[in-house]
Ligand binder design. Structure first.
Ligand SMILES: Cc1cc2nc3c(=O)[nH]c(=O)nc-3n(C[C@H](O)[C@H](O)[C@H](O)COP(=O)(O)OP(=O)(O)OC[C@H]3O[C@@H](n4cnc5c(N)ncnc54)[C@H](O)[C@@H]3O)c2cc1C
Length: 385
């Protein structure tokens, strides 16, 4: 097909950037690749954990989306207000665009305000502002109770809150205040990284507890009292804190919900191998989708999956337009580093589409995985920008 086509990618996060760059690289120039985001800069979220303990700056872990213009991508900055999937029509800050192929990679919205008192009392280290706020508060913190909590059992990057707790513990040791600080982790879920299987849950819990961090599973937060610095949980338990770091509830972006794209899982339903929605020419990928697994839990929301899915979507669109590429399928493979502090990390890798259970192998904690995580950060920011 030779007609000039327009591919519109909504979201300049992990999935959106990979998809846009891959498409631009593989499609003839006559086709237009448009990337839309409200933010000026792409943020490499895994590095927020290092930023929060003072090891990175915002500048170091983000890149201007406008740099993608040099590659021939039309970067459009604005708020996506409406999506009409049947027409592949989008409104961005009042301006209309119609796509031949539409890719939705809008991530998950964070909603701390749905738990009374949470936003007022604590630091949401899943955002740049929250991680910077935590870093500043840590600078003033000399003693007391440090609480880390997950406000719901499912959230993006299942390892991140556990890494955060271990990095905070490491930071306290480095600051020589560890003996004056009690650290507790209150998890809404039964244990760490449940989808990866019982052995990995037990191993990561052990890593956390070996650092003297109190682990309290199935503690679903219902209310935070900012004045009394008290946490109240659905199981009736209460706990005090002096410094609170939290992962907020997640929900699909409003614009996606209003477009009628949200299915039974509470997220966008797609074909799990091609990321096609029920609308022809409309794809969704990354955190915004809900992919049920045989194990009874959804595929975790993680950059590694957004990345893999984006490569598949780009290749299939290139095939559709040029007839040249091989058909591609997303196969559920993924991996993740688990930072433990002291310049060390663990590493898990496997097939999350494995049945009846995902087949994941956890490698022993060591310096090489920490070095691998640093290398991956450098690769990411250089490869795509
Ligand atoms: C602290 C932390 C650590 C993490 N560590 C890891 C890790 O080690 N490994 C891993 O695999 N994953 C990790 N993740 C998860 C990973 O960052 C996400 O899974 C990944 O970014 C999802 O990519 P995405 O493209 O689906 O969404 P995102 O990267 O969130 O991108 C969505 C984009 O859409 C834009 N957007 C949303 N709504 C609108 C709108 N209405 N108008 C305009 N723009 C809009 C947003 O500005 C954003 O840029 C981590 C996340 C956090 C917070």
């Amino acid at each position: 097909m030779n007609r000039s086509q327009t591919i519109v990618i909504l979201g300049g996060g992990v999935g959106g950037v990979v998809c846009a760059v891959e498409l631009r690289k593989k499609l003839p120039k006559q086709h237009r690749v448009v990337l839309v985001d409200r933010e000026e800069r792409h943020l490499f979220a895994p590095s927020l954990l290092w930023l929060m303990i003072g090891q990175r700056t915002a500048e170091k872990i983000s890149r201007p989306l406008d740099r993608l213009r040099k590659k021939g991508i039309d970067v459009m900055r604005g708020e996506i207000q409406h999506i009409e999937p049947a027409e592949r029509h989008v409104t961005v800050s009042g301006e209309s665009i119609t796509a031949d192929h539409l890719i939705i990679s809008l991530g998950a919205d964070l909603a701390p305000e749905t738990i009374p008192g949470l936003a007022e009392a604590g630091h949401n280290f899943y955002t740049l502002e929250g991680a910077e706020g935590l870093r500043d508060a840590l600078g003033r913190f000399r003693s007391g109770k440090l609480a880390v909590l997950t406000a719901t059992p499912a959230y993006k990057c299942p390892a991140a809150p556990y890494e955060a707790a271990m990095l905070l513990e490491y930071h306290c040791r480095k600051q020589k205040i560890r003996e004056q600080v009690q650290i507790d982790f209150y998890a809404a879920e039964p244990g760490p990284m449940g989808v990866a299987g019982k052995e990995i849950t037990a191993a990561v819990r052990q890593m956390v507890e070996d650092k003297g961090i109190g682990f309290h599973p199935e503690h679903q937060i219902t209310q935070v009292n900012a004045d009394d610095r008290k946490l109240t949980f659905a199981n009736g338990a209460q706990a005090d804190f002096d410094l609170l770091a939290y992962v907020p509830p997640h929900r699909p972006p409003r614009v996606v919900k209003e477009a009628g794209l949200v299915g039974d899982s509470g997220w966008v339903s797609v074909d799990r191998h091609t990321m096609e929605t029920e609308y022809p020419g409309v794809y969704a990928l990354g955190d915004v989708v809900g992919i049920p697994l045989a194990v009874g839990k959804p595929l975790p929301k993680a950059g590694v999956f957004a990345h893999g899915e984006a490569v598949v979507v780009a290749q299939n669109i290139v095939r559709c337009i040029t007839g040249k590429a091989e058909p591609a399928r997303f196969d559920g493979h993924g991996e993740c580093f688990i930072e433990t502090g002291d310049g060390k990390a663990g590493f898990g890798r496997g097939n999350f589409y494995g049945e009846p259970l995902p087949q994941i192998k956890l490698h022993k904690v060591g310096r090489r995985w920490h070095a691998g995580k640093i290398l991956f950060e450098k690769y990411w920011l250089r490869r795509w920008f």
